[in-house]
Design a protein around this ligand. Structure first.
Ligand code: HEM
Length: 354
């Protein structure tokens, strides 16, 4: 069915006047930071391709301690194009989290979270936490020694949180140690629970953006900024950018397929020089800054409390930025945003090089 026939087919059955009116009336401001509007769309696209490639892998992956590792070796060596889809899923995840951070820091720097968009920020932040958990749960499924050690450290770290820590650790591991039970649990999270929650929250996040419209940075609000229609101008640009991103993921997947290490052995000593995924490095390097004991108190617990406070402050930032919420310039919150971005990048680079 060609496009005019499809249009006719639809119009015979449905009244699309409102949809057409909405598409035409939706305007996107044009200014020097408008490239930031594309970062949310890129993240959305990367999530879509993760869902598709993940579904293909789910046909062959076996979430069992005796078969998990071997099923991935089979996907890579025996299944037609299996190596490509595994690599594609790996690189899609890396870029999804990279763009998630770019999107977060971009909206943080231009204070797009300010009134009335607080809930866009809150839903976005929840998506960030879910995405990190997506990464961690997917990582363990490989069941090689690196994945095993990383999940042991991460769940052990959660265990150091006061009061609820032990409960979270046991809940995540499905017991006191990382075992086959943990694989089943992480698999359920990775392929069922997290995708379902993510779909609902992405829906809410994007719906809220439609409701409020995109923001204009406070520094530019006084200048009369021009606007272009979302359809077709911004929509076509989105499509071109998505195609380029797809090209990048395919290229990385073909040229740099991820390694598979030695099968995990829970009884073996942890391997030396293991590094977690890059998005954990900032937190890990921060934890290293704290001594083992501070004024007679456990250093690790204090470190985790400090990191949690930093994350909580970022989560609640729209509710603290009172000046920005009144539409005024707020150099303090611009500086806070810059500190977060610089700190995250610096610690990640240090972690990467160390
Ligand atoms: C799965 C993850 C996410 C997806 C798919 C997503 C998608 C989107 C899309 C499509 C937009 C509209 C276009 C744009 O302004 O870029 C948007 C806007 C926005 N997002 Fe996200 N986002 C995600 C995560 C986040 C995170 C982690 C945050 C911050 C904590 C965040 C905060 C915002 C804000 C404040 C806006 C409004 C921007 C404005 O009004 O100028 N989002 N998001």
């Amino acid at each position: 069915m060609n496009y005019p026939r499809l249009k006719h087919w639809l119009e015979e059955r449905y009244d699309l006047t409102d949809v057409r009116k909405f598409a035409k009336s939706k305007l996107i401001p044009e200014h020097r930071y408008d490239f930031l509007y594309y970062t949310g769309g890129i993240t959305l696209f990367l999530f879509i391709i993760q869902f598709i490639s993940g579904m293909l892998l789910a046909f062959y992956y076996v979430p069992h301690i005796d078969h998990a590792y071997k099923s991935i070796i089979d996907i890579v060596t025996k299944i037609n194009m299996g190596w490509f889809f595994r690599s594609f899923h790996h690189w899609g995840a890396q870029l999804a989290i990279l763009f998630l951070f770019i999107h977060l820091f971009g909206t943080l720097l231009v204070k797009a979270y300010r009134k009335p968009r607080e809930m866009i920020w809150v839903t976005g932040f929840v998506l960030l936490i879910i995405s990190i958990f997506f990464g961690l749960s997917g990582y363990l499924l490989l069941w090689d020694e690196r994945a095993f050690a990383a999940v042991r450290v991460a769940t052990g770290g959660a265990g150091a949180l006061p009061v609820i820590g032990e409960f979270i650790k046991i809940f995540l591991r499905g017991g006191t140690e990382v075992t086959g039970e943990t694989i089943v649990r992480f698999y359920a999270f990775h392929v069922a629970i997290l995708p379902l929650i993510t779909l609902c929250i992405i829906g809410l996040h994007v719906l809220l953006v439609q409701y409020h419209g995109v923001s204009v940075p406070t520094s530019l609000e006084k200048n009369k900024t021009s606007a272009v229609p979302f359809f077709p101008n911004v929509f076509y640009k989105d499509m071109i950018i998505w195609l380029i991103v797809l090209g990048v993921v395919v290229t990385l997947a073909v040229l740099l397929p991820p390694e598979i290490g030695i099968q995990a052995d829970p009884l073996a000593p942890p391997p030396e020089n293991i590094k977690p995924e890059w998005y954990f490095l900032c937190v890990l390097e921060t934890l290293k800054l704290f001594p083992g004991e501070i004024l007679g108190l456990n250093g690790e617990t204090i470190a985790i409390l400090c990191v949690s406070t930093g994350i909580l402050f970022l989560f609640l930032i729209p509710f603290f930025a009172r000046k920005a919420n009144r539409g005024k310039k707020s150099p303090l919150f611009t500086s806070i945003a810059v500190v977060y971005v610089v700190y995250f990048v610096t610690m990640t680079v240090i972690g990467f090089l160390s």
